[in-house]
Structures are given as C-alpha cells and as structure tokens.
Design a protein around this ligand. Structure first.
Ligand code: NAI
Length: 260
C-alpha cells in the first residue's frame, strides 16, 4: 500500500479518484481550497509552494503517486489567466516540486488533460507555447486577450505536451518516475454543472456530441487514472476516455504516419 496525493480532491474526478484509492487500502493526501487534508490555492506560486511542502512532509518523503486534478473550466467573465495559473502551473509546479518523493517510491503521475485539446478548434498555440516556456506572467497576459472558453483547451494541451516532453527524460523515467495523462471528454461533475447554469455555455454543452448517449461518470475517469498509476509500461501515455466524441470527429487522425 502506498501514499498518493491528489489535488482537487474535494470534488468531481479528484474526489472519485481519492475514494477509489482509499477503498483499495492506500493513504491519500487530498489538496484543495476546501475540505482537504492540505488547504491551498494552487493558482498562486505561494499556494503551490506551501502545498508541495505540506505533501512532502505528510508522505514522509515517499509518494507512490500524484494526481493533479484541480482545475476549472472557461466561463464568460472568468479570466483566462486564472485557468493558466490553476490548470497548468498548479499542476506542473506541483509535479516538479514533488519529484524527489516520487522518485524515492518509484512513483507515477497522472495529469488531467481533456478532449477539448483535439475536439475544440481555434485556440491559441502561442498561449500553449508561452505556458510550456515557463512564462507564467506572459501566458497570463496572452490568455486574457481572449475568452477563457478558448484558454481552457490551451491549458489542457500544454499539460499534455509537458507530460509527453518530460516523460522520457533522465530525471523522470530515468529516475523511475512515470508521467502519464488522461484526456476525458464531458464528465458529469460540478465543473460541467457550472457550465450548464450559464446561458452562453449551456447550449454549447447541449450541442456537444456524445456517441454513447451520455456524459461520463467521475468514477470511470478514476478507474482510468488508477490504471495509469499502476501499469508500469505506460510512459508518456495520454489516455483518451470520452464516450466516442473524438473518434466521431476525427476517425483517421490517429494513428498518423510518422514523417521524420
Ligand atoms: P470539479 O469542479 O468537480 O473539481 C475541481 C476541483 O478543483 C474542486 O474541488 C476545486 O475546489 C479545485 N480547485 C479549483 N481551483 C483550485 C485552486 N486554485 N486551488 C486548489 N484547488 C482548486 O471539476 P472536475 O470536473 O472534477 O475536474 C477535475 C479536472 O478534470 C480538471 O482539471 C478539469 O479541467 C478536468 N476535466 C474535466 C472534465 C469534465 O467534463 N468534468 C473533462 C476533461 C477534463
């Protein structure tokens, strides 16, 4: 049995993952703004630093896994800069800060991307690049030039690319730490309920095609997260789990032939 840390543990996918791991007998350190073992605002550098220190202390220097679930969706009136700081930096800086306890336990990370990365056209690749360059101030500025509905897929593309770029590096898999991500489609959680309550977003959600006829359950995403946490051969995997939406839009886009 190991110790796992989960951000966004108070709600939705994070809560379902915490429940699943606890039911399997593991210790879980929950991190969130409310209702958690570690209370922190991951949208700020100070909050992230405090959260890293608290998790490292609670796990006694050995972390079997880390799942940065904390995140928020785009909404009219919500600045894109908030999504940049919570969804991207709130995940990446926590992962980097917890590398040593993860390496001590040959641990695994499962980050949360989204199928908005491949199913929502038109978002800013400049914003993706600014995040990946580690330029939080610049990325926040770029994000605020557009609607946060367009910032969301950029934050989720950046986190997926960060995972794939670092997964094969000496300081990650070379140190025994596996980095992977899930890419969920629409899942019934408070994040989606918030969108359903918004007059601009609700019709967009109604139009979103779900070939299997329903949105996902957070427990289904938790099962996929656990699979990636425990399956040693998964390194740099981004596991799409979306009820068929992406396969419907883009059936032939994967596999794509490599043209080096
Ligand atoms: P949720 O709203 O149910 O849970 C998000 C949690 O993150 C909440 O407990 C919230 O308090 C916490 N959080 C937000 N800002 C924070 C901050 N600054 N500091 C600390 N904690 C903070 O949302 P859900 O749906 O469970 O989302 C979890 C992750 O899954 C997010 O990263 C989201 O972008 C992603 N995702 C969700 C999908 C969906 O359809 N629900 C689809 C694809 C990805």
């Amino acid at each position: 049995m190991g110790t796992y840390a989960i951000t966004g543990s108070a709600s939705g996918i994070g809560a379902a993952t915490a429940n699943r791991l606890r039911a399997a007998g593991h210790d879980v350190i929950g991190v969130d703004r409310v209702d958690a073992d570690v209370i922190a605002d991951l949208g700020t550098p100070d909050g992230r630093r405090a959260a890293v220190a608290a998790v490292a202390e609670r796990c006694d220097g050995r972390l079997a896994g880390f799942v940065p679930c904390a995140g928020m969706a785009g909404l009219p009136g919500r600045p894109g800069s908030l999504l940049v700081s919570v969804n991207y930096y709130g995940a990446v800086e926590m992962i980097v800060g917890l590398r040593d306890p993860l390496a001590a336990a040959a641990g695994a990370v499962v980050a949360i991307s989204s199928n908005s990365t491949t199913c929502q056209p038109g978002f800013s690749l400049e914003l993706v690049d600014a995040m990946l360059a580690g330029e939080e101030t610049l990325a926040r500025q770029v994000a605020d030039e557009a609607d946060s509905l367009m910032a969301y897929p950029a934050t989720k593309t950046a986190i997926a690319r960060w995972i794939r770029r670092h997964a094969t590096a000496p300081e990650w898999i070379g140190a025994g730490v596996r980095l992977n991500a899930v890419s969920p489609g629409m899942v019934d959680t408070p994040l989606v309920e918030e969108g359903r309550a918004d007059p601009t977003v609700a019709p967009l959600l109604d139009m979103y095609p779900m070939p299997m006829g329903r949105a996902g359950h957070p427990e289904e995403i938790a099962a996929a997260i656990e699979f990636l946490l425990v399956t040693e051969f998964c390194v740099g995997t981004v596991l799409l789990i979306d009820g068929g939406t992406e396969a419907m839009f883009r059936p032939d886009d994967w596999p794509t032939r490599w043209n080096p």
